[in-house]
Design a protein around this ligand. Structure first.
Ligand code: PEP
Ligand code: MN
Length: 337
């Protein structure tokens, strides 16, 4: 159920609604919009309790929602959410670019690549310490040592950091180092992990599972949001189809669909979708044109030496060319960068 308050409802009336929701044994999730406040109500039986709220002061209406996206849905919050990482907004008029290597491999590699992305105006850098690899024989990341190096470099350069978390036990080591937690495609439906990252309170970058529908994806976002943490950024990264010419198939049609269904920001990762560096710039431009709120791109100061995802990493020159080309696409899409 969703309780829509009248515009300008006094705080006391909102508090009274929240208190009643709790009294009935449900969980309230107030969403403070620009014009009005909406209280999403979660709990078994909430669907049938709408009548009990309509007569309360300042309640405009109480709507039983059969729709599954009680927190992420655009019906509960028509205006778009802006998630802030450090002081960088994701989801506003300005496109966000997150870039960096797939993994941190050494201090020098991360420092040089982070300097490169910073020199093009990027403020949030990626480069994971823990790597979920398809094969156990491949480089698994530097782990805790990687986190130490990441902390040093991010402080030296004044950047914000997004990093993948693979299990709840890694959380303590990551809090205080990373500014945003990444849930990788392979863990999109790891519900215990979604709940743990939600409870951390940190912003979360949620990547779409390789065989997940948009419906699965938004329900995974609900798992994070139900903990009270609404700082969720969605990321399309390609899905598995019969096509083998690219590593995955970038589902750009999901961008307008998600923008209709949800208020959450949506980034596009053309790197993992393409799997090959020369396809990344055209897909990145298309993502901006189709309405994405930003990009998530892999780059490496020496792609030929990368220990992970080298073939899809943009070289310094390619990255520079992409960053120079993007403003025109952003402008055409009514955005800035
Ligand atoms: C990554 O971002 O490096 C990554 C592993 O992505 P995905 O989970 O989308 O495969
Ligand atoms: Mn990668």
């Amino acid at each position: 159920m969703v309780i829509v308050m009248q515009p300008g409802a006094p705080k006391a009336d909102i508090d009274a609604v929240i208190a009643k929701v709790e009294e009935l044994g449900f969980t309230p999730h107030p969403i403070f919009g620009v014009e009005k406040t909406v209280v999403a109500v979660i709990g078994e039986g909430a669907y049938d309790a709408a009548d009990m709220f309509e007569s309360l002061p300042s309640v405009d209406r109480a709507v039983p929602i059969g729709q599954p996206y009680k927190l992420a849905g655009s019906d509960v919050k028509p205006e778009k959410t802006v998630v802030t990482v450090g002081d960088v907004p994701i989801g506003g008029e300005r496109l966000a670019v997150i870039a960096g290597p797939c993994a941190i491999e050494s201090r020098e590699q991360f420092l040089e690549t982070a300097k490169l992305v910073k020199s093009h105006g990027v403020r949030i850098v990626r480069g994971s310490a823990f790597k979920p690899r398809t094969s156990p024989h491949d480089f698994q990341g530097l782990g805790l040592k990687g986190l130490e190096l990441l902390k040093e470099v991010k402080e030296e350069l004044g950047l914000y950091l997004v990093n993948e978390i693979m299990e709840p036990g890694q959380l303590d080591a990551m809090v205080g180092v990373v500014d945003m937690l990444q849930i990788g495609a392979r863990n999109m439906q790891n519900f215990a992990l979604l709940s743990a990252v939600g409870k951390s309170g940190l912003p979360v970058l949620l990547k779409r599972g390789i065989a997940s529908t948009i419906d699965d994806f938004l329900k995974a976002a609900e798992y994070i949001m139900v903990t009270g943490n609404h700082n969720v950024v969605l990321c399309e990264r390609g899905i598995r189809t019969f096509e083998t010419a690219t590593r995955f198939t970038l589902d750009l049609s999901m961008v307008p669909v998600v923008r209709r269904l949800s208020h959450l920001p949506i980034l596009v990762d053309p790197s993992h979708a393409a799997g090959q560096h020369d396809y990344v710039p055209p897909l990145a431009k298309a993502a901006v044109a189709v309405g994405a709120d930003g990009l998530f791109v892999e780059t490496h100061f020496r792609p030929d030496q990368a220990l992970c995802d080298g073939p899809q990493a943009l070289s310094p020159t390619e990255f520079a060319e992409l960053m120079e080309a993007l403003p025109a696409f952003a402008e055409a899409a009514g955005r800035t960068i």
